[in-house]
Ligand binder design. Structure first.
Ligand code: KG4
Ligand code: ZN
Length: 338
């Protein structure tokens, strides 16, 4: 079995996955959303302290599996340095004490493998990754070969939802709050700019749209003066502009890439409005769409464990567990383009 740890942002999570069957045997996640909500975003120092309490609490529950552990896996990048280090310190200690290998895992590859926790691997695959830190389209040929086809120039999808929610005084995380409000809103009330609409660039940018939301909030007299309907309409108009931007750039990629399977992963892939839009696009281009079960869209250790199974089979281990840091290891860099 492999014990996996995730602490790259505000979720403390540990999983146990069986190597032979790839089955998830244990999974627990303690989210810190409530503690960060009043700040409108994640406070790294606070997140780190909360991990330092939550991770050992969860670890205690995995004691029955300890005898059977063949490796420990941990997210070591990308993420918040001070929170990554909480998981890494725990993983190092376990690997050294149990005398088992340590598998450092790239968080975004973990998100890709969230697709294979409950279903068989479908590769090659085109993946749209929309999380709190990244917006990317990645061609995933296999475990070794992944290529970024498009990436964000500034704010990621999740981040833009979080920041717009903050501007409207909604709380954190903004994604689910904006999606829920948008359902009651008129998406055509505010004419927000679709980013890079006239640009040939195949890239993502949301800072301009975020600024347009800020100006609209100001015009309406600030968050305090906005009615529930104003907030719903602005949420819906913003979400529509994000959708149109993602679809416009994705269409260009779909036209070039013959891979039949397409997936959306990452925290923002829980958004049903975006999922529906992509389902229509996939039908248009004859692609089959995949998503992870909702519980594995946001950060979790189950996806880290699932990736680690494939890494274990290929013996992608840290040469010295104590040397694992938040910096990418040489082995991870070789042949991997993420
Ligand atoms: O993948 P994730 O858990 O963490 C990172 O790796 O960053 O993604 C978290 C992000 C947050 O920004 C959150 O607002 C966003 O995912 N998110 C959503 C939705 N649910 C979560 N964004 C849009 N719509 C949603 N329903
Ligand atoms: Zn994530």
């Amino acid at each position: 079995m492999i014990l996996s740890i995730e602490s790259s942002c505000d979720d403390s999570s540990i999983a146990i996955t069986e190597i032979a069957t790839k089955k998830l045997l244990y999974h627990k996640k303690i989210s810190q959303e409530a503690q960060h909500s009043c700040y409108g975003g994640v406070v790294p120092e606070l997140a780190s302290r909360l991990h330092a309490v939550a991770l050992p609490e969860i670890l205690k529950e995995t004691k029955p599996y300890f005898d059977k552990l063949k490796a420990v896996a941990v997210t070591n990048q990308p993420g918040l340095g001070v929170t990554l280090l909480e998981g890494i310190a725990m993983a190092k200690t376990l690997a050294i004490l149990q005398e088992i290998p340590l598998i450092p895992v790239h968080h975004l590859k973990g998100h890709i493998y969230s697709l294979f926790i409950e279903k068989d691997t479908t590769l090659p695959l085109l993946v749209l990754l929309i999380s709190g830190g990244h917006t990317q389209v990645i061609r995933v040929e296999n475990f070794e070969r992944m290529k970024i086809l498009a990436t964000s120039m500034d704010d990621s999808v999740g981040e833009s939802f979080d920041k717009c929610a903050k501007m409207m005084g909604l709380g954190y995380p903004g994604g689910p709050l904006i999606e829920a409000l948008a359902k009651k809103g008129d998406e055509n009330r505010f004419d927000l700019p679709v980013p890079l609409r006239n640009s040939p660039l195949i890239a993502f940018s949301l800072s301009g749209l975020k600024n347009a939301v800020r100006l609209t909030v100001e015009k309406l007299g600030g968050a305090e003066k906005m009615s529930e309907q104003d907030k719903s309409d602005l949420s819906a108009s913003f979400q529509k502009a994000v959708k149109l931007h993602l679809l416009q750039k994705s269409k260009k990629i779909f036209a070039k890439e013959s891979i039949k399977d397409f997936a959306i992963v990452g925290g923002a892939s829980a958004n049903k409005y975006l999922r529906n839009a992509y389902e229509t696009l996939c039908r248009e281009f004859g692609k089959t769409m995949h998503v992870a079960p909702l519980e594995y869209c946001s950060d979790n250790a189950a996806m880290i464990g699932r990736y680690a199974i494939d890494a274990f089979e290929r013996e992608v281990f840290a040469e010295d567990p104590n040397e694992v840091d938040i910096i990418v290891t040489r082995k991870q860099q070789e042949g991997m383009l993420l």
